[in-house]
Design a protein around this ligand. Structure first.
Ligand code: NDP
Length: 327
């Protein structure tokens, strides 16, 4: 169902994370009543694990009973970088399976009108023809480094289809590429590439030490600014009604090399010291482009924030919030 204008309660699980905080920012700062702004009668709830541990069915049910959501954007997940994914495969499989089952089944039981869950392009098959698109999620085994996380996430798409076929539920999913922005996890050991490099470069500047980037800098990736992604989630909530997922990403022609990322970070941080690439470190896959053709065909006009602007804003946020950021 399309969103009506009154009494909609939108529950965002994982509402305190990178993506959840961006949705809150967009909802609060876009003009009220606009395409991405808050609409009359809407109540938005941004839940953290302190409001309910979604691994637990009882806590999940209590959260839904408290807020009575009519719509759910389900972002809550155990997430982590490569190292953590490799080390805790069963934990990633099991906790995400529990979280997703609790959220979807409670949504079904409480007659939530629509749920959008969040997949990731890193759950796609390891051996696949590029570019990735929405039809290829299940066409082969995921990369062995994150198979626990990947299988748990893929099952959300399976569940969405089964809930629709057995019970007529309006459940769907979004598939973002690499996200970055304020409120990210900037941990040096266990973060994604952009927040990790921002933190590293910040410390290099502060301590007068060299800024060393792991790998050759040559791999290419698609990065989406969390605030752009937030708008796409809001669009999907209001204007997209189909079980099949949508890849939420910049275009294949917008790939950025890790070197270009590092260059932009050096500039945004204002780092003037020694800067090099440690080519003895592993690069990962050279590129794994994903197509945003489906998104563009549906959304019409959408302006993505230029990469350098978004990166600059993220660095500014990190510097201003260093004491409280997740590091
Ligand atoms: P974050 O790590 O920034 O945030 C995770 C959120 O999930 C937090 O709000 C956290 O709550 C919540 N959470 C974690 N465990 C539980 C739990 N047991 N019960 C309830 N809530 C829980 O993640 P992102 O914002 O980066 O990711 C959001 C979604 O996007 C995830 O589903 C992720 O898989 C997906 N995604 C992310 C990408 C990225 O590049 N970051 C790329 C593609 C997909 P608390 O604050 O209390 O810990």
């Amino acid at each position: 169902p399309k969103m009506s204008s009154s009494n909609d309660v939108i529950l965002v699980t994982g509402g305190t994370g990178l993506v959840g905080q961006a949705i809150q920012h967009v909802i609060e700062t876009e003009p009220a009543g606009s395409r991405f702004g808050k609409r009359p009668g809407e109540t938005w709830i941004f839940a953290s694990s302190k409001d309910a541990d979604l691994r637990d069915p009882e806590q999940t049910k209590k959260l839904f009973a408290k807020y009575k959501p009519t719509h759910v954007i389900h972002l809550g997940a155990l997430v982590g970088g490569l190292f953590k994914n490799m080390k805790y495969k069963l934990t990633f499989l099991r906790e995400n399976t529990l979280i997703n089952d609790n959220v979807l089944h409670t949504s079904y039981e409480t007659k939530v009108a629509k749920v959008i869950s969040c997949l990731s392009t890193c759950v796609f098959p390891d051996k696949v023809t590029y570019p990735l698109d929405e039809t290829k999620i299940h066409l082969g085994l995921p990369h062995e480094s994150n198979f626990g996380y990947a299988h748990a996430k893929r099952m959300v798409d399976v569940a969405n289809h089964a809930y629709k076929e057995e019970f007529g539920c309006n459940f769907t999913s979004a598939i973002p590429t690499n996200v970055f922005g304020p409120h990210d996890n900037f941990d040096l050991e266990d973060s994604h590439v952009i927040p990790g490099l921002i933190h590293k470069c910040y410390l290099a500047k502060k301590n007068g030490t060299p800024f060393v980037v792991s790998g050759t800098g040559k791999p290419l990736r698609q990065f989406i600014y969390s605030q752009d992604l937030a708008k796409l989630f809001i669009w999907q909530l209001r204007e997209y009604d189909d079980v099949e997922p949508v890849i939420l990403s910049v275009g294949e022609n917008e790939e950025v090399s890790i070197q270009a990322v590092a260059d932009a970070i050096v500039k945004a941080v204002g780092f003037e010291g020694q800067y090099s690439f440690d080519t003895t470190r592993a690069d990962g896959q050279f590129r794994k482009p994903a197509s945003n053709a489906k998104l563009l065909s549906l959304i019409g006009d959408f302006q993505f924030t230029p990469f350098e602007t978004a990166l600059h804003d993220t660095v500014q946020w990190f510097v201003a919030n260093y004491e409280n950021a997740r590091t």
